[in-house]
Design a protein around this ligand. Structure first.
Ligand code: NAD
Ligand code: UFG
Length: 339
């Protein structure tokens, strides 16, 4: 059995990926400092799969801790989710973001190198494309981050490129996620943001469940189908499976490859509201507000490279995403907090 070290595995995308890894007979060790999560999703994954997760509460900036762990276990590869991800917070706290994301990643890469572990899959983001000149976006589009969070992702990508160039034994896969939403179909694991959500889908589900009064739609004067922002929403289970495809193919790939993980289709805010209302049977009251600074009009992927090289494509549609988001939120109105 191949053992995978999953950093940030207690988080939203990490937990869904751990579940898919276990279902595909990988062994899973999670390192997470629980700064934005709890062990509850891991407990539920064990319940759903009937398999054990090895959990270590550790910060990835703990180089010595990582070294002992890597020495002790023989890992096949690392999937690196650990990081802070709130754009607004990154503008207010750039030092914390660079320290956690960039320094934390360096500590991980150093521990890997020093202990002969050289396969890594890294969570990057469509945010690195900034405001794209055209859509759909291919992996060779120019990159330009517009906030410290995005820059931290870009810096880590650059560091990984240098590492792969320095030693051809490394296998590095950079996955640029578009907009993950949805939850596992069991409704047992899902997204559980702390405080008021920044992102569209958790905001909508909290309106639907009565925790928030109405949705604020950030702008209806964009050059899009109905004036509201268009994004490439991808079901988190499809996204998790993208990591499995990357793992399965990693030995066949070049030293470093970058893939967009999206569906290739964009939906506007109002289209999402409509699909959510259809699936949940709940009315989502909303009001149009001014644009949110830093938002782009249109952002969706050309995901054909992942299809060609990894044999991966997203299978779930927008109704599946809305249904599963609602299934999770309605069964867990306060996320994991009420447990
Ligand atoms: P999340 O916050 O739910 O999960 C991240 C996990 O990492 C959390 O459990 C947190 O406790 C842990 N963590 C943070 N810093 C750590 C550290 N220094 N040491 C150990 N653990 C640490 O976020 P997510 O949505 O699951 O995102 C996972 C990754 O994907 C992140 O790197 C994020 O930047 C990236 N990403 C997310 C999105 C999105 O919309 N959710 C989009 C693109 C990229
Ligand atoms: N929106 C609203 N109201 C809200 C929240 C969002 O109208 O309360 C709109 C936004 O203006 C945008 C769309 O809904 O048009 C999607 O917004 P999100 O905040 O859900 O997602 P973003 O595309 O802004 O950004 C997210 C993550 C980034 C990541 C990016 C690509 O927050 O970190 O997806 O993966 F980089």
């Amino acid at each position: 059995m191949k053992n995978i070290l999953v950093t940030g595995g207690a988080g939203y995308i990490g937990s869904h990926t751990c579940l898919e890894l276990l279902n595909s007979n990988y062994g899973v060790t999670v390192v997470d400092n629980l700064s934005n999560s709890s062990t509850e999703p891991l407990r539920r994954i064990e319940e759903l799969t009937g398999k054990k997760i090895d959990f270590i509460q550790m910060d990835i900036r703990d180089y010595r801790g990582l070294c002992s762990l890597i020495k002790e276990k023989s890992f096949y590869a690392v999937i690196h989710f650990a990081g802070l991800k709130a754009v607004g917070e990154s503008v207010a706290m750039p030092i914390e973001y660079y320290d956690n994301n960039v320094y934390g990643s360096l500590s991980l890469f150093r521990a890997m190198r020093d202990n002969g572990l050289n396969k890594i899959i890294f969570s990057s983001s469509a945010t690195v494309y900034g405001n794209p000149e055209t859509v759909p976006i291919t992996e060779d589009f120019p990159v330009k981050a517009v906030n410290p969070y995005g820059r931290s992702k870009l810096f880590i990508e650059e560091i990984l490129k240098d590492i792969a160039a320095s030693d051809s034994n490394w296998k590095v896969v950079i996955l640029r996620y578009f907009n993950p939403i949805g939850a596992h179909e069991s409704g047992r694991i899902g997204e559980s943001p702390k405080g008021i959500p920044n992102n569209l889908m958790p905001y909508i589900t909290q309106v639907a469940v009565g925790r928030l009064p109405e949705l604020n739609v950030f702008g209806n004067d964009y050059p899009t189908i109905d004036g509201t922002g268009v994004r490439d929403y991808i079901h988190v289970v499809d996204l998790a499976k993208g990591h499995l495809s990357a793992l399965d193919n990693i030995d066949r790939l070049d030293s470093l490859e970058i893939f967009n993980l999206g569906t290739g289709r964009g939906y506007s805010v109002l289209e999402i509201v409509k699909a959510f209302e259809e699936e949940s049977g709940k009315k989502i009251p909303y009001k149009i507000c001014s644009r949110r600074p830093g938002d782009v009009a249109l952002c969706y992927a050309d995901a054909s490279k992942a299809k060609a090289l990894l044999g991966w494509s997203a299978k779930k549609n927008i109704n599946d995403m809305c249904r599963d988001s609602w299934n999770w939120q309605s069964k867990n109105p306060a996320g994991y907090c009420e447990q």
